[in-house]
Every structure is written in structure tokens, then in C-alpha cells.
Ligand binder design. Structure first.
Ligand SMILES: NC(=O)c1ccc[n+]([C@@H]2O[C@H](COP(=O)([O-])OP(=O)(O)OC[C@H]3O[C@@H](n4cnc5c(N)ncnc54)[C@H](OP(=O)(O)O)[C@@H]3O)[C@@H](O)[C@H]2O)c1
Length: 392
């Protein structure tokens, strides 16, 4: 790895997709929290929309405006060479994301996104990890509610347990929130692409080396009543356990034999059964093009929950970790997971890559590997709670 010197570039951080639902929230967060002297810009396909957004932001007169469109690869290359860090909300990523990651990997530019799409994450590993390692670019996916609380929550939990022994951690996610058109479109797209998703995962498995002499696995748990959290636990096969597994494989601190299981925690059985049936019905409907088109009209891109709904939303992820004769219960919690807190996690991750003193990493890396301590510290300071609930 020979990290390219990007210090002389015009911008420390460029936010691409700033005019979208999460993009605007992230721009507002950056306008309110960027450190003095940070050189940052908003980017997107409509400079008119971007200028209107900049006019609405407090104290953002010096913020740059850059035009770029995912259908114009030259504009993405321009974006990549003008920034040290590019944060993109332009999703669904499997449809729109690849050319920007390619441009950043080539230019040695750090690139982070909100991708909760395992197929996209696997494809960027296959296509761009090697080049990014050569140029020193850090490609960090899933920097929102997918998968920051889970990845950093497990990282936090592991560090409460003894070193050098086999460890097991179970994570239980509870959410009370609504979602946006962009998130719905990404989920629907993923449900319809089972075959491509499996092919990308297989291609990645062929290429990715495993750690020598250590093991980290994330088996799908069985549905059960989990007395330790007082709720029904349903296996949750999202991108989150995959991210946790990658962190565990990269970091020796997770021990010689690590296992993580990821669950949704639901207090009442009828709600658990109804939720599972609704997701199942959506997966089935997504296979039929006409039904998919009908469903995608239900919530348009750019739309999302109102400020009042977001103010009432919250999340909690409880972890139970065991190893070396010790047991620990921890919790990561906060407000609106999909939007308010996602914008906070995303903006803080961008600032962390741009400003903080981090361990030397490159290529596709997880949030825990690239910025574990620094990002945890930032999020705690910004009001996301990481706490040890009990130990034994
Ligand atoms: N990980 C998480 O927890 C989490 C949470 C929330 C969202 N997300 C993901 O984040 C992504 C964004 O969600 P959202 O609700 O903000 O979506 P959105 O409102 O639809 O915003 C999408 C953005 O992409 C831009 N865009 C679309 N086509 C483009 C093109 N050809 N060139 C350049 N820009 C283009 C849009 O620009 P215009 O304004 O010009 O249309 C807009 O700025 C989705 O993939 C969603 O799944 C993840």
C-alpha cells in the first residue's frame, strides 16, 4: 500500500447525493458540526437544487457546489480527484454506486456510503479492493444504521471481554421508526436479486483470504424466546452480521474463535409473526416485475418520514457477550435510526476519515477496522449511547 498524498485537494469532504432525503439531513448535520477550517462541498446532478439547498443551510456560505451524475463517469472521476473523502447517498447502490467507487479507488480517495446491499458490497470488494489497496483509498460501506451500531456495538462488547479466548456475541435489534422512498427502493431491489446476490457472495468467497489460525463465523440463529432480553428473537439476515464477521476476521482482539448471531427483538409474538409474514410477502411480490413496479410507486424517491415521526423514532441494540468465564450485556441506543441518527453516523464517519488520526488501512474496510475507537468516541460525544448494562 502506498497512500496517495491527497492533502492538496480542494475539498476535505464532498457529500454526493446531498439533495436526497438522507443527503439533506447529512448536509444540515455537517453545516452545524463541521470543525472550523473544514473544506467541504455538496454534489449532485442538479446544481440548481444544490444551490437552493446551500441557501437553506446555516453558515454554509463557503460550502462548494459540484455537479456530477452517475451516468457520466468523467464527472465522477472529477469528483474523486477534487476530494480527500467522498460520502455518497446516491442509491440504490447496486444500480448507481459502482462507477464512483471505481473512481475513488483509482484516485486514492476515501469513499463511504450507506449501502445495506450485500450484493453491492461484495461486488465492490471483487472489483475495487485490490486497486484501492494500491492507492491507499479506504472504501467503507454501511456507514449508517446499517451497520454502525452493530459493528461498533460488537467491537465495544468484545472489548469488555477477556483477550485470547473464544468469544460469542448475540445482538438483539429493536426499532420503532418509518422509512424513506430511497430505503424502500433499495430493499425492493435487493429482494428481487437473490440470484445475483448469491453469485456476488460466491465470487467474493473465492478471492478473499481467511485469517490463518483464527475463526470468525456468523451462523443464522433459530427463532426463540430470548430470556436474556425478554423478547422474541427472530434471525435477521441483513448486511450487519456480514460486516461484523469482516471486522472479526480482520482484528485479533475478537479472539481465536468468534461467533456472532444477529436477531430482531420483538416483545409480542403476534407482532413477530406478522412482521415476518409481511417481509416474506414483500420478498415474494418483489420477484414479479408488475408487482414490483406497483410497490415502488407506494413511496417515491426523495420522500421520507416527517420531522414529527422522526422525533418519536428510536432504536436499541442489546448485545450479550460471553467468553473466558465472563458474561457482559451492553447496549447501543439512540433516536431515529434510519434518518436522524443515520445522518449523524454518516457525517461523523466522513469527518472521522477526513480529520482523525486512524490506524493505517486501505481497500474495503469496515467501520470497526478503519475507525473503531475514534468513531465510537465521536458518536458518544454526539449523543449515541454505548453502555455496559451488566457484567458477570
Ligand atoms: N444504512 C442505512 O441505515 C440507510 C438509511 C437510510 C438510507 N439508506 C440508503 O441511502 C440511500 C439514499 O436514501 P434516500 O432516502 O436519501 O434516497 P433519495 O431521497 O432517493 O436520494 C437519492 C439521491 O441520489 C441522487 N441521484 C439519483 N440519481 C442520480 C444520478 N443519476 N446522478 C447523481 N445523483 C443521483 C438524487 O438526486 P436528485 O435530488 O437530483 O434526484 C438524491 O440526491 C438509499 O440507497 C438508502 O437505501 C441507508
Amino acid at each position: 500500500m502506498s497512500r496517495q498524498n491527497t492533502a492538496g485537494r480542494p475539498y476535505d469532504v464532498v457529500l454526493f447525493g446531498a439533495t436526497g432525503f438522507v443527503g439533506e439531513l447529512t448536509a444540515e448535520y455537517l453545516a452545524a458540526h463541521a470543525p472550523d477550517g473544514l473544506r467541504w462541498a455538496i454534489a449532485g446532478r442538479s446544481t440548481e437544487k444544490l444551490r437552493r439547498l446551500r441557501d437553506r443551510l446555516p453558515a454554509a456560505a463557503g460550502v462548494g457546489v459540484l455537479a456530477a451524475d452517475v451516468s457520466d463517469p468523467a464527472s465522477l472521476r472529477e469528483l474523486a480527484v477534487h476530494a480527500r473523502v467522498v460520502a455518497t447517498t446516491v442509491g440504490p447502490y447496486v444500480r448507481y454506486g459502482d462507477a464512483l467507487v471505481a473512481a475513488c479507488a483509482e484516485a486514492g480517495t476515501d469513499c463511504l456510503d450507506l449501502a445495506g446491499e450485500p450484493e453491492f458490497v461484495d461486488l465492490t470488494y471483487v472489483r475495487h479492493h485490490t486497486r484501492a489497496r494500491e492507492t491507499g483509498a479506504r472504501l467503507v460501506h454501511a456507514c449508517g444504521f446499517d451497520s454502525v451500531p452493530h459493528d461498533l456495538g460488537v467491537y465495544f462488547t468484545v472489548r469488555q471481554l477477556p483477550e485470547g479466548v473464544p468469544l460469542t456475541v448475540d445482538g438483539f435489534v429493536s426499532v420503532d421508526a418509518a422509512f424513506s422512498g430511497g430505503t424502500f427502493a433499495s430493499a425492493l431491489g435487493q429482494f428481487a436479486r437473490g440470484r445475483q446476490l448469491r453469485a456476488a457472495a460466491l465470487e467474493r468467497r473465492r478471492r478473499e483470504p481467511r485469517p490463518a489460525g483464527r475463526r470468525a463465523v456468523t451462523p443464522t440463529g433459530a427463532p426463540r424466546f430470548a430470556g436474556e432480553v425478554g423478547a422474541w428473537a427472530l434471525p435477521l439476515p441483513t448486511v450487519d452480521p456480514q460486516v461484523v464477521r469482516r471486522s472479526a476476521r480482520a482484528l485479533d482482539r475478537y479472539g481465536p474463535d468468534f461467533r456472532y448471531r444477529h436477531y430482531a427483538a420483538v416483545r409480542h409474538l403476534p407482532v413477530a409473526v406478522g412482521g415476518a409474514a409481511a417481509v416474506g410477502a414483500l420478498v415474494v411480490a418483489a420477484q414479479v416485475p408488475a408487482a414490483r413496479r406497483l410497490l415502488s410507486g407506494w413511496l417515491a424517491p426523495g420522500e421520507g418520514p416527517s420531522a414529527e415521526r422522526r422525533a418519536r423514532s428510536r432504536f436499541s441494540v442489546r448485545f450479550v457477550g460471553e467468553g473466558g468465564g465472563r458474561r457482559v450485556c451492553t447496549e447501543v441506543s439512540g433516536g431515529d435510526p434510519g434518518y436522524g441518527e443515520t445522518a449523524k453516523m454518516f457525517a461523523e464517519a466522513a469527518l472521522c476519515l477526513a480529520v482523525d488520526d486512524l490506524p493505517p488501512t486501505a481497500g474495503q474496510v469496515t467501520t470497526a477496522v478503519a475507525m473503531g475507537d475514534a468513531l465510537t468516541g465521536r458518536l458518544r460525544a454526539a449523543g449515541i449511547r454505548f453502555r455496559v448494562a451488566a457484567t458477570r
